[in-house]
Design a protein around this ligand. Sequence first.
Ligand code: PEP
Ligand code: MN
Length: 339
Amino acid sequence: MIVLLKNQPKETELQNLIDWFRGMGLDVHVSRGSEHMLLGLIGDTSRIDIDLIQALEIVESVKRIQEPYKNANRKFHPNDSVFDVGAGNPIGGGHFQLIAGPCSVESEEQICAIARAVKASGATMLRGGAFKPRTSPYAFQGLREEGIRLLLAAKAETGLPIVTELMDISQLPLFADVDVIQVGARSMQNFEMLKELGHTDKPILLKRGLSNTLQELLMSAEYIMAGGNERVILCERGIRTFEPQTRNTLDLSAVPMLKELSHLPVVVDPSHATGIWRLVRPMALAAAAAGTDGIMVEVHNDPPHALCDGPQSITPENFDGLAKEVAAVRAAIGLGVGA
Ligand code: PEP
Ligand code: MN
């Protein structure tokens, strides 16, 4: 971090500032020019509040050289993070997870039939919403507690680990047997929830917010990691742009970019990214080619009658083709097949 000071700073204020930085364990390199004076801060500056320094009387401007996230930063953790997401399935470092299931859990027959079908096609995890974040308060809100119970029944039957969304920290006790907790796009910056999840021992699938930058996504991951939970999976699920033809715009460059910036595994959700079932398969293949560590897709046995997100849900038959093609793409680029 570089701090540019105003002309002729008062010596006592300058010394106080330098002492304060040193007190935070930083080395301070003072460079006095004829016009200006610079302080170069060396060390971990991720805990420094840049706005606070900016507001000081003697400071002209501040520039960060290093990213404001440390735990999620590849610079401090050069190797890919690899961790278990349930049933001994690893993600990251070349290990791939194919996550499939309905937008929302609707009944025991529905979730179990879909779980059996996607498992037979090669899915390694089951998704399904029990608590649903809906734009309209009048839309189906999910089966809630009962939805979690049904997901656990599908897990018991198929052995597939489950991932489902937590919308409020008060729901956490219901998630005791859930393998991976999803933080939805709308909750990505619910910082109090992220802090609490930092104290859990569950992997977290953190979805990118509708209009959030990659740095903001990494800062949200940092919230969880700062609390001690290092098992965060980043999920690109499309962002809002000016294009109305698709529900969102899939930012596939997020995959290699996030992998450059961070050691955390990255998953792509082509269903919410496009909103159109026909686009899910090609975008899943593109995500595989981009080197994603997992793909999460919505699969429904009767999309026209789905209670949520039918237009973007693919059938189990279509998913079967997707799974084969994703495996072929991964093999073609030397990433291997399966989990
Ligand atoms: C979901 O995956 O069920 C979901 C609601 O997605 P998002 O938070 O990305 O909109
Ligand atoms: Mn959905």
